[in-house]
Design a binder for this molecule. Structure first.
Ligand code: PGA
Length: 248
């Protein structure tokens, strides 16, 4: 039985004041304990958010990290630094990073390696664009993104994969529960092909316009193990309702 995980991807949003208000509701959520919860603020807020959630069951994640070693890499933040300030998770390969910052599968695999080597757990995002879905390539593209990482860095059962169809991110359009289930099952079967011992343990989250009104139905699918939530993770009551929808 896989415990559900709800991760909030704040993207480039927040302020010291807003974060505090947002977290107040989240750390008090009754479902903490039955559901794993991670918040991923922007880098400058990691430490202060870490202080606010310390002692609660909410965990801390970064939204990105560097693919390089530490050193003369202006502007880069290493996975080790994230670990140093008590992050447990790092989102890698988000479609916004792939599309806007030219991160390809090779860079993403290198980042995952850094994450793992720093003792952190990756949340690896994969998913197709609308064009790819409409031309019948959704599964092929998504599995290729998965393989690019899983076949170059030895995966562990604690890893998390987030299936995020690009056309559903921030658009208000959600994959139907059946479409999500079908892709999650394909991802799990693909993991099973190479790593049968971890396939049933790895959690596969759905991401893309998840909100309190569609969460329960998505979570009722056998291979949907939670959600990576963008917009709705910035509204305390919404995010808490999504967490509650994940209670079995
Ligand atoms: P959204 O974003 O929930 O706002 O669609 C999800 C994500 O990008 O992780």
């Amino acid at each position: 039985m896989r415990k559900k995980l709800i991760a909030g991807n704040w993207k480039s949003n927040g302020s010291l004041e807003l974060n505090k208000a947002l977290l107040e509701g989240i750390v008090g959520a009754k479902a903490l304990g039955s559901v794993d919860v991670v918040v991923c603020p922007p880098f400058p807020y990691l430490q202060s958010v870490g202080n606010v959630i310390s002692g609660s069951m909410v965990e801390l994640g970064a939204q990105n990290c560097s693919a390089t070693e530490e050193g003369a890499y202006t502007g880069e933040v290493s996975a080790r630094m994230c670990a140093d300030i008590k992050c447990s998770w790092v989102i890698v390969g988000h479609s916004e990073r792939r599309a806007l910052y030219a991160e390809n599968d090779e860079i993403i695999a290198r980042k995952v390696k850094r994450v793992v080597d720093s003792g952190l757990t990756p949340i690896l995002c994969v998913g197709e664009t609308l064009e790819e879905r409409e031309s019948g390539q959704a599964e092929e593209v998504t599995l290729k993104q998965l393989d690019a990482v899983f076949l170059s860095v030895q995966p562990h059962e604690s890893w998390v994969v987030a299936y995020e169809p690009v056309w559903a991110i921030g658009t208000g359009k959600t994959a139907s529960p059946d479409d999500a289930q079908s892709m999650h099952k394909a991802l799990r079967n693909n993991i099973r092909k190479h790593f049968p011992q971890i396939a049933d343990k790895i959690r596969i989250l759905y991401g893309g316009s998840v909100k309190s009104s569609n969460a329960k139905e998505l979570f009722s699918m056998p291979d949907v193990d939670g959600a990576l939530v963008g917009g709705a993770s910035l509204v305390s009551e919404e995010f808490v309702s999504i967490i509650e929808a994940a209670v079995e």
